[in-house]
Design a protein around this ligand. Structure first.
Ligand SMILES: *Cc1c(COP(=O)(O)O)cnc(C)c1O
Length: 336
């Protein structure tokens, strides 16, 4: 099967499976797992930060960031489309007593800093305390402009806000811009990174920040049931994600462009956007469930919707793209 639904479906590499089998491990709750410690040091160094924390998921890493930056009754500003507002079950409110203040994202995925400024609450007993601005990069596949990151940093500093990056796919942004992770990370007080998406590790994310923030997050991770024991088995794959999978993301970006070009030749398909490893398209076909079933029967898993997201990743090469496009052509021929 060719699975275009998400880059979360990537299978670990053979090298990852070998490293996992051979990983030196210890009890990470005691700080005794050498492989977890090495992964955390590696990530902190790549990002140019003091410390990092290995977490079960990106959702957990984002929640820990919010709970480490904010106290009960504080608020964070974020996009309406932000993963850590829209797609994380309201975790900050449910588990952290932290209020989100979402703002509409601009077309490029950024937040207008003028509108962010207007949303900052005055210091007054009526209001939650505005503590944090949270951005996402990439967002819907789009890379936030480097100049915007610098502007947001200067803005946050001036307003006394902390600045967090949900960088689940920050390496896609770095590769697309041709810059290092630290060139992006330097603008933020903390960032999260998913190892289990395009970087192909089976499980795990990282939160990166200064010592004090990571210490606080480590405590909350334990409280939330995220203290793992011989987690080096997982961290071993994470190390290879950081060393062997980052540059490869450029192929996913090439394949996304290739897919967008091929889709343009279809009558009933309109490509709405192509950025980094994602293509968004709308299908004019009357019967979308039938289209999804047709693609599935041809070996292509696609979540067909009003706006369909097609995600390129390690386990999809050009022949997978060709198979998908051929299947779409057949569907158009058979269904007018
Ligand atoms: C996937 C994703 C997350 C959450 O990661 P999980 O490991 O699935 O919990 C957070 N933010 C963004 C932008 C993501 O794409």
């Amino acid at each position: 099967m060719f699975d275009f639904r998400s880059d979360t479906v990537t299978q670990p590499t053979e090298a990852m499976r070998r490293a996992m089998a051979q990983a030196e491990v210890g009890d990470d709750v005691y700080g005794d797992d050498p492989t977890v410690n090495a992964l955390e040091e590696q990530a902190a160094e790549m990002a140019g930060f003091e410390a990092a924390l290995f977490t079960a998921s990106g959702t957990q890493a984002n929640l820990l960031a919010l709970m480490a930056h904010c106290e009960r009754g504080d608020e964070y500003l974020c996009g309406q489309q932000a993963h850590n507002y829209k797609f994380e079950g309201g975790g900050a409110a449910v588990l952290g007593s932290i209020q989100p203040q979402p703002l509409d994202n601009e077309a490029d995925g950024s937040l207008c800093l003028k509108r962010v400024e207007a949303a900052i609450k005055p210091d007054d007993i009526h209001f939650a305390r505005t503590r944090l601005l949270s951005l996402e990069n990439t967002i819907g596949g789009k890379v936030l402009p480097m100049s915007y990151l610098a502007d947001a940093q200067a803005f946050a500093f001036e307003k006394g806000l902390k600045l967090h990056l949900d960088g689940a796919r920050v390496f896609n942004a770095a590769v697309a811009e041709g810059v290092s992770l630290s060139a992006i990370a330097q603008h933020f007080d903390s960032l999260t990174i998913c190892l289990s998406k395009g970087l192909a590790a089976p499980v795990g994310s990282l939160l990166v920040g200064d010592e004090a923030l990571i210490k606080k997050a480590r405590r909350w991770r334990k409280v939330l049931g995220g203290g793992m024991r011989q987690a080096g088995i997982l961290a071993a794959a994470g190390q290879l994600a950081l060393t062997e999978q980052v540059e490869r993301l450029a192929q996913d970006h090439d394949n996304a462009r290739y897919l967008a070009e091929q889709l343009a030749a279809l009558k009933q398909v309109e490509v709405n956007q192509c950025a980094t490893n994602m293509v968004f398209a709308s299908f004019a076909h009357a019967n979308l469930p039938a289209l999804q079933a047709h693609l599935q029967a041809d070996g292509c898993k696609v979540s067909v919707g009003a706006k369909t997201r097609l995600v390129l990743h390690k386990d999809l090469d050009r022949s997978a793209v060709d198979a998908l496009v051929a299947s779409l052509h057949r569907f158009e021929q058979e269904n007018g």
